[in-house]
Design a protein around this ligand. Structure first.
Ligand code: HEC
Length: 198
């Protein structure tokens, strides 16, 4: 009886073990598949979210560089000139067309990437918005709104804001005083600080 049982049970036990292994294997494959599906789904979702965020990011970028005047070429400048430093460093010194051409050529030499059209757009934008300025310093306590506007390439609103604030609160004594003017971009003022006197 025992012998018989053994005779039957040994292969049965092997079968059961084999079945168990097979089942485990199947289970592993099953979970593997679930994992694959789940992770590819999450990649798809992440991609979808990224795409949805792109316009937002672009808007955000534009807001970040509010110190750069709006106009054709601004987007291209931000795109091509933000990789190594802030694109706002173009504010520090105005140049004539030749000077800007030279600078762009230098940046291309350093590794700036763009098409010829991109660089022409950037050049036109820079020539228009950051022309060569004299090195004459501007006295922020004496200059008229118009002088502030053209001399420092500020918006009309900003330069009028400076004059209004000055009339109400008295002379500016320092750069920090000047930065208190509502609506004036502190970063823009910092970049021009060498051209200001008090
Ligand atoms: C691959 C990196 C890189 C990119 C992209 C780049 N720059 Fe520069 N830029 C530099 C480096 C490095 C310096 C400092 C070099 C120096 O002062 O000699 C610099 C300095 C400057 C300066 C101040 C120094 C000067 O010579 O007057 C300005 C302005 C400037 N870049 C504008 C731009 C503009 C405009 C673009 C887009 C067309 C641009 N950069 C793209 C690397 C880059």
């Amino acid at each position: 009886m025992i012998q018989m049982l053994r005779g039957v049970s040994v292969p049965t036990v092997v079968n059961v073990v084999a079945f168990g292994r097979c089942f485990q294997f199947t289970r592993a494959v099953f979970w593997g598949l679930i994992f694959c599906v789940a992770s590819s789904l999450s990649v798809v979702t992440a991609l979808g979210q990224q795409q949805a965020q792109q316009p937002q990011q672009k808007e955000h970028e534009q807001q970040q560089h509010a110190e750069l005047p709006a106009g054709p070429g601004k987007d291209t400048l931000i795109r091509a000139c933000s990789r190594c430093h802030s694109p706002s460093n173009v504010i520090a010194n105005g140049r004539n067309r030749e000077g800007w051409e030279e600078l762009i050529t230098k940046m291309v030499g350093l590794g700036a990437v763009g098409t010829d059209e991109d660089f022409t757009e950037i050049l036109d934008y820079l020539v228009k918005n950051f022309p060569q300025q004299s090195n004459v310093k501007i006295n922020v306590n004496k200059a008229t709104a118009k002088e502030l506007e053209t001399g420092l390439v500020l918006s009309t609103k900003e330069s009028e804001g400076i004059v209004t604030y000055r009339e109400k609160n008295g002379d500016f004594k320092s750069l920090d005083d000047l930065k208190k003017v509502p609506g004036l971009d502190a970063q823009k003022i910092d970049l021009k600080k060498n051209r200001l006197t008090f």
